[in-house]
Design a protein around this ligand. Structure first.
Ligand code: ADP
Ligand code: MG
Length: 339
């Protein structure tokens, strides 16, 4: 009887990110890591492909297929597409047949009640038996190995595709959170618009992302695109200095969001963070030079977590195991009798 309310090995944790979705299966770890993209046949609304297969199609689809990213700024903007994508991912993650899985999903700390309900509903309709939500920055901190249960302040900054989530954590709870809907996507958009302004050339979001990730390798990068005036193909050499210039505005906004988060930080915890530093998670943590820039502007030591792209999923997985312990305790007759 107690067994039925505990999490089984079919239960899964989902890091539903704007850029990437990761699925953690209890006892097995992260078994799926795919871009949050879905390709839909616009004639009948059928999901044709999800994940990397669908991402390949972004910007390259014929008229009858739309490849979309159903989340923006950390929240679901296209419910049907998200549901189709989640259903497929849950199916891919399930171990054999049997009961539908219980699902734990991470949501950004700044989401509204309506947005929370949307995630609950979408995951339920996508095939979950029950859905629990946990706060993303807490999952990121746990996944990064921070001692969240200690009575000392830890600070985590998770920079994803759509949002930057900042949290100061102590004694297993978030003491202060701050979220800005500016992250990797905004950096890509800034690169695309810089190239358009300075070279009259249109580039897609994937090209812009590749350019961003090339920072730190060599000193310039060739960019292929179409000249907007002549309509002819052209290639320009973009220097790293130019890329940095293009990225200045959104980068400054990310730094500002981190600085702002300190406004709500109790002085004792501020001291702890000065001593132990800020930990960066999420793919945006890998932006070349961002750690140094943050260290300079905050005066704090800054560290990039090991495997920053996996932290939220790993932390979600750890929570699955903890939920199990909690539920075992709560459903055990001995506990009830002793209460
Ligand atoms: P989300 O949780 O929103 O899905 P992720 O944590 O998966 O986001 O991070 C994805 C973001 O990280 C994308 O914007 C991607 O371009 C960016 N990213 C990944 N690797 C790098 C890198 N080496 N340099 C800069 N940005 C990166
Ligand atoms: Mg994320």
């Amino acid at each position: 009887m107690a067994k039925s309310s505990t999490f089984s090995t079919r239960d899964i944790g989902i890091d539903l990110g704007t850029a990437n979705t990761l699925v953690y299966v209890r006892g097995r770890g992260v078994i799926l890591n795919e871009p949050s993209v879905v390709a839909i046949d616009s004639r009948n609304g059928k999901v044709l492909a999800v994940g990397s297969e669908a991402k390949e199609a972004v910007g390259r689809t014929p008229g009858t297929i739309t490849a979309t990213r159903p989340l923006k700024g950390g929240v679901i903007t296209d419910f049907e597409a998200t549901e189709g994508m989640l259903r497929q991912f849950i199916r891919m993650a399930r171990v054999g047949r049997g009961r539908a899985p219980r699902v734990v999903v991470c949501v950004p700390s700044g989401v509204t009640g309506v947005e929370r309900r949307a995630v609950l509903q979408t995951a339920t309709r996508a095939g979950a038996r029950s859905v629990h939500l946990i706060e993303e920055p807490m999952a990121a901190a746990i996944g990064a190995g921070l001692p969240v249960h200690e009575a000392r302040g830890s600070m985590v900054v998770d920079i994803g595709g759509g949002s930057t989530e900042i949290a100061i954590i102590s004694l297993g709870g978030t003491v202060a959170t701050h979220s800005a809907r500016i992250a990797g996507d905004a950096l890509d958009a800034a690169i695309a618009s810089y190239i358009e302004r300075n070279f009259s050339m249109a580039v897609g979001e994937r090209t812009a992302e590749d350019i961003k990730m090339s920072l730190g390798e060599g000193s310039s990068v060739p960019v292929r695109g179409r000249d907007k005036n002549t309509g002819m193909p052209k290639t320009v050499e973009l220097s790293h200095a130019a890329i940095k210039e293009a990225l200045e505005k959104p980068t400054a906004a990310i730094v500002q969001a981190v600085v702002t988060a300190f406004d709500a930080c109790p002085p004792e915890l501020y001291g702890d963070i000065m001593e132990r530093g800020i930990v960066l998670t999420g793919g945006g943590a890998l932006l070349h030079g961002l750690d140094e820039r943050l260290a300079k502007e905050t005066g704090m030591p800054v560290f990039i977590a090991e495997n920053p792209l996996d932290c939220v999923a790993l932390g979600t997985g750890r929570c699955l195991e903890e939920f199990d312990k909690l539920e075992t305790v709560f459903s055990s007759p001995a506990t009830v009798a002793g209460a």
